[in-house]
Ligand binder design. Structure first.
Ligand code: IPE
Ligand code: IPE
Ligand code: MG
Length: 235
């Protein structure tokens, strides 16, 4: 079957690998922390434009399971920045009707971050304007391993494990399929992000460094998605 281009086709679920904060800072002779701060400032306009373009679910990669390998002071800055951002922005996000959920292993996160996560999820649980997922201490491989472990501990028989069952053991089984992945800073790799969920996602990679990523460019990514033909293995 020929899949016709649908210019009105909108991505419902967009996932973003927010990369390039360090290089943005380096180019300005600033410490990497300044790049991370500048990266946080992009979030509010991004969430607004996502809502305006009709995106229903936005997933943001904030900290990977591999990011613990960074120098201790950078990890500390990122955790601190996360806490500050949660304090400053969660009430606003709640007012605009966003529902926040976090993806990743929580055990290694500082207790203060864990409670901020729980509070944000609780506060926004009933909202329905935009689903906002933050991948924090997230790894695609850890997610698959955690799913396998839970299936085994639930005593599932091999024949009970199919794609549907597997998907129901992921961190957020309710999340719709990812339509579009955006990666900034020009890197052509997935970096352990949502390995299961991106099976048929479209990609938009830009050389723009994350702190320079604008709502206009988000719109361009969405327009580029609208012109794609998603064959999903068909013709
Ligand atoms: C993305 O920017 C932020 C995180 C991974 C937390 P980077 O810190 O990876 O910036 P670059 O890639 O070094 O420029
Ligand atoms: C991916 O960026 C992780 C996040 C954006 C949180 P990285 O900078 O960690 O990925 P690599 O090192 O370029 O693969
Ligand atoms: Mg990077």
């Amino acid at each position: 079957m020929l899949t016709r281009l649908d210019p009105g086709q909108k991505p419902r679920h967009v996932a973003v690998i927010m990369d390039g904060n360090g290089r943005w800072a380096q180019r300005r002779w600033l410490p990497r922390a300044a790049g991370h701060r500048a990266g946080v400032a992009v979030l509010e306009p991004l969430i607004e434009v996502a809502g305006e373009t009709g995106v229903e679910t936005l997933t943001l990669y904030a900290f990977s399971t591999e990011n613990w390998a960074r120098p201790e002071d950078e990890v500390g800055t990122l955790m601190q920045l996360f806490l500050e951002t949660a304090r400053a922005k969660v009430p606003q996000l709640n007012e605009r009707g966003a529902r926040l959920r976090f993806l990743g292993r929580r055990d290694r996160l500082p207790a203060s971050v864990r409670s901020a996560i729980e509070e944000a999820e609780e506060l926004t649980a009933a909202n329905g304007q935009l689903d906002l997922y933050i991948a924090l201490n997230y790894g695609g491989r850890s997610e698959l391993v955690d799913a396998a472990r839970r299936m085994i501990s639930d005593g599932l028989a091999p024949e009970e494990v199919d794609e549907q069952t597997f998907a129901s053991y992921l961190y957020a089984p309710e999340v719709p399929e990812i339509d579009l992945v955006i990666r900034t800073s020009g890197e052509l790799r997935v970096s352990n992000f949502l390995l299961w969920q991106i099976a048929y996602a479209e990609f938009y990679v830009t050389d723009t460094l994350w702190p320079d990523f604008s709502p206009e460019e988000f719109r361009r990514a969405v327009e580029s998605f609208a012109s794609r033909s998603r064959r999903r293995g068909g013709v």
